[in-house]
Design a protein around this ligand. Structure first.
Ligand code: NDP
Length: 480
């Protein structure tokens, strides 16, 4: 059985108290590796190492930092297949998805910020008769990155790459549910020549390791992606310590489909935005509002296509959906399907666990599920489910669609389908959302600001926003 270790001070080591947790393969429902059950003592070791490394790393030229990150990207890319298979085994997602999306995107994240730092210029503001201001941007020091299980290496690198590129020393905690590819990345750091202590990975539970990171006075910033409740807990600890916080939290994203849309495009993209990664992407659209003239037509076609979506073991090349991430998550999703029935909804397709054969018989598989007949303000339409479950609801006017779309506490992403350009812009403008896709979904340009409003988060990641977050600005005025 593979034994995952912490990566501290350039070494792969066991946790101080030598306690370990089991890591489950969700496609088989079986333990297949162990991971450190680290504590505040391990976080302290990482902080000590990072503190020693900081001066050297912050004063390493950005060209050198960039070259090391580029090497890391290359090493991951060279092992793309091995990383993709490991990601799929850890998370349950189809191998084809990990190969096409997760690992290539992790490589892009590393490359993007490796090169981005070379273009990250400081500003100056000239005052005609008084003088000039120039603004320096220095690394913060030791920063913490806490990431979730749904896109493990993809979101892990999305945080650590800008933090390292900007000259910080990093302490990172991947989700304890999907630690494998972060562990594999630590092996790569050694090969890429990252100096000891610059980057440290402490594996373990959120309420132990994540909590110790949030509380540690020497960790000056926390970049967190995960659930809204966890974001609240982290803020309550870190905000009174005046730590910089970037919080990318939950969503309950609306898809608004107008009758004048490109029907086939809207339908096939809605299939992806509903069920990609078993619906476990924070950007998935889970509330689908359809203008009444095409409601029945869309519903029939959507249900028909969904019934044909194959749920299978991750290495099946025909699998459209793999396993959801854990037994407890599967049970949570099933409990929301039950709640939908209690709230008066009708399950049009899906709604059940799928039992596969042979070695996969204990895996956590669910049918893609479509529910109709729920009010926009019921719990199923207001709370994040984070699984392959969507609701469909008809609407009669643009105002009604907007009212329902904006009715949740969340505001991460939205999609709008219409061929009317003015309407598209108007609706995008009125959506309470950090990200809007018009006639598309999940088209990502890493330069754009990424993040949510309301309970979906605080701050923005991506492009120079991330480099600004991971640096402190200082303005210096020079009298002329
Ligand atoms: P969680 O909030 O449960 O966990 C996220 C990370 O935080 C994990 O590493 C977790 O560790 C850790 N953690 C848990 N408790 C604490 C704590 N008290 N202090 C510090 N860290 C803690 O989220 P999930 O992993 O379940 O991820 C799913 C959620 O992430 C969904 O709500 C989804 O919407 C959101 N998400 C948001 C995105 C965005 O960009 N806005 C993108 C992707 C996902 P452990 O694994 O041990 O619990």
């Amino acid at each position: 059985m593979k034994v995952i270790k912490n990566y501290i001070n350039g070494q792969l080591i066991n946790p101080v108290f030598d306690k370990h947790l089991e890591n489950v393969d969700p496609s088989r429902g079986k333990v297949y590796s162990t991971i450190p059950d680290s504590t505040a003592e391990d976080v302290q070791l990482a902080v000590d190492a990072a503190e020693k490394a900081f001066y050297g790393w912050a004063n390493t030229s950005k060209e050198k930092r960039s070259a090391i990150l580029m090497k890391m990207a290359q090493l991951v890319e060279d092992r793309l297949d091995i990383f993709a298979e490991a990601e799929s085994l850890d998370n349950g997602k189809p191998v084809s998805l990990a190969k096409a999306v997760d690992i290539p995107r992790a490589v892009s994240n590393l490359r993007f910020f490796a090169t981005g730092i070379l273009h990250f210029a400081s500003e100056s503001h000239y005052m005609e008769s008084e003088g000039v201001n120039y603004t320096t941007r220095k690394p913060i020091g030791i920063v913490g990155c806490i990431s979730p299980w749904n896109l493990p290496l993809y979101l892990f690198t999305w945080k650590i790459a800008p933090a390292l590129a900007a000259g910080n020393c990093v302490i990172a905690k991947p989700s304890e549910i999907t630690p494998m590819t972060a562990y594999m990345l630590s092996e790569i750091c050694l090969e890429a020549g990252l100096p000891a202590g610059v980057f440290n990975i402490v594996h373990g539970l959120g309420h132990k390791v994540g909590d110790a990171m949030s509380r540690h006075p020497k960790i000056k910033a926390i970049s967190f992606t995960g659930g809204t409740k966890t974001g609240e807990i982290i803020s309550s600890i870190a905000a009174p310590m005046f730590k910089k916080l970037s919080l990318e939290l939950g969503g309950k994203n609306p898809n608004i489909i107008f009758a004048d849309c490109d029907f086939e495009d809207a339908l096939s993209t809605t299939m992806r935005s509903s069920f990609a990664n078993q619906g476990q992407i924070c950007l998935c659209g889970s509330r689908i509002f359809i203008e009444r003239p095409i409601y029945e037509k869309f519903k029939t076609a959507f249900v028909e296509k969904t019934k044909k979506s194959k749920v299978s073991f991750p290495s099946d090349p025909e699998a459209k959906l793999g396993a959801v991430v854990s037994q407890s998550h599967m049970e949570k999703i099933l409990s929301y399907i039950q709640l939908a029935k209690e709230e008066g909804g009708t399950v049009l397709t899906g709604g059940q666990r799928v039992i596969l054969e042979g070695e996969y018989k204990d895996g956590y598989y669910l049918q893609p599920t479509i529910i109709e007949g729920l009010s926009y303000d019921c719990r199923v339409n207001q709370e994040e489910i984070f699984g392959p479950v969507v609701t469909i609801t008809p609407f009669d006017t643009e105002e009604e669609a907007l009212m329902m779309a904006n009715s949740t506490q969340f505001g991460l992403a939205a999609t709008v389908w219409t061929t009317n350009l003015k309407k598209a812009h108007r609706v995008a403008d009125n959506l309470q959302s950090g990200i809007v896709w018009l006639n598309s979904w999940l088209v990502r340009d890493l330069r754009t600001p990424f993040g949510g409003v309301k309970a979906s988060g605080v701050g923005r990641e991506g492009g120079f926003e991330a480099l600004r977050f991971f640096t402190e600005a200082k303005n210096v005025f020079v009298k002329s």
